[in-house]
Design a protein around this ligand. Structure first.
Ligand SMILES: C[S@@+](CC[C@H](N)C(=O)[O-])C[C@H]1O[C@@H](n2cnc3c(N)ncnc32)[C@H](O)[C@@H]1O
Length: 289
């Protein structure tokens, strides 16, 4: 641990923020690499005579901040960590950084299955860092969660994240295309979730450098109209869901109505478009018959 005066720290912090970037990314860097949380920073405002103890020296933290600013590399990849709900997750450029808006998907499940003591089978298709599945495995310890991804590297990160978050063994990972690795679960799944790649090809080209140059393409692009994967997931869902089983999909901001029509076409009922905290129809949910 390296001790520095609060005065020196504040001067340095202002210099870094004057170069650009946002406060949230800078707070992430300080927290993950410097070992200084936002509440520590609030405390120094009250007691400016304190000595601050850092896990890494200011030169090192500055070099990471510069890399973030000049290469547009997401701060989470540079730190190797992101925070999502109450989880601390390892992330590399093999997995999408789980987004805050996706956190709500877990609350939708909580509303559907209120009793955490039930023994259910949940599936997540395209688990990436494992965020959603790990949150469900922890919240429903008696249930089994099966999670798939096409990318073996992503699954290795998801497995590590699960081991770091829990001593339970109710989450299993499978490599393969959407439902394919889940043949043994046909007709047995109470609820399936997916936040699949849904960005239309031409929209992908317009994404920020931070996303396009660093996050995995396979996690983002959903074919020409963005709905290629959503269509496949919905069409095959009836083989895997129990009668009255639920499907929850995350979609692009303007896809809710189209996803709803796909669900209707495939005989789903109780269909609802659920808004995120910004009022965007971010999730579309339905029950199989
Ligand atoms: C948008 S990311 C979602 C990751 C994570 N569930 C989340 O919400 O942060 C989509 C994920 O789907 C995976 N994926 C893409 N195509 C797939 C396919 N054909 N079968 C299974 N998984 C796929 C990607 O590797 C990626 O991890």
């Amino acid at each position: 641990m390296l001790g520095i005066s609060v005065e020196e720290f504040i001067f340095w912090k202002q210099k870094q923020l004057s170069k650009g970037g946002d406060q949230q990314a800078f707070a992430h860097l300080l927290d993950c690499m410097g070992g200084i949380s936002s509440s520590d920073i609030n405390l120094i405002k009250i007691n400016s005579h304190r000595i601050l103890y850092l896990k890494k020296n200011l030169e090192y933290l500055e070099s990471v901040w510069d890399e973030h600013l000049y290469r547009s590399c997401p701060i989470q990849y540079l730190c190797g960590i992101t925070f999502w709900r109450n989880l601390e997750l390892k992330v590399t450029n093999k997995v999408l950084i789980p987004r805050p808006e996706t956190e709500l998907i877990v609350d939708i499940v909580f509303k559907i299955f209120r009793r955490k003591s039930e023994k259910l089978i949940f599936a997540e298709l395209g688990t990436g860092s494992g965020a959603i599945s790990i949150a469900l495995a922890l919240a429903y310890p008696l249930s089994d969660i099966v999670a798939t991804d096409i990318d073996q590297d992503a699954l290795e990160i998801a497995s590590k994240n699960y081991k770091n978050s829990s001593k339970q063994s109710n989450l299993k990972f499978y490599c393969g295309n959407w439902w394919s690795p889940l043949e043994n679960f046909q007709g047995k799944i109470d609820l399936a979730i997916s936040n699949p790649p849904y960005i239309p090809e031409d929209t992908y080209e317009k994404l920020s450098k931070e996303v396009k140059n660093f996050e995995p393409k396979v996690a983002l692009i959903g074919g020409e109209d963005g709905l290629e994967h959503i269509r496949e997931i919905i069409q095959k869902a009836p083989f895997f869901l129990k009668e009255k089983g639920w499907l929850i999909l995350e979609n692009h901001f303007d896809q809710g109505e189209k996803v709803k029509q796909l669900l209707i076409k495939n005989k789903f009922t109780s269909i609802e478009i659920v808004k995120d905290l910004s009022g965007i129809g971010r999730f579309t949910i339905g029950r199989y018959k």
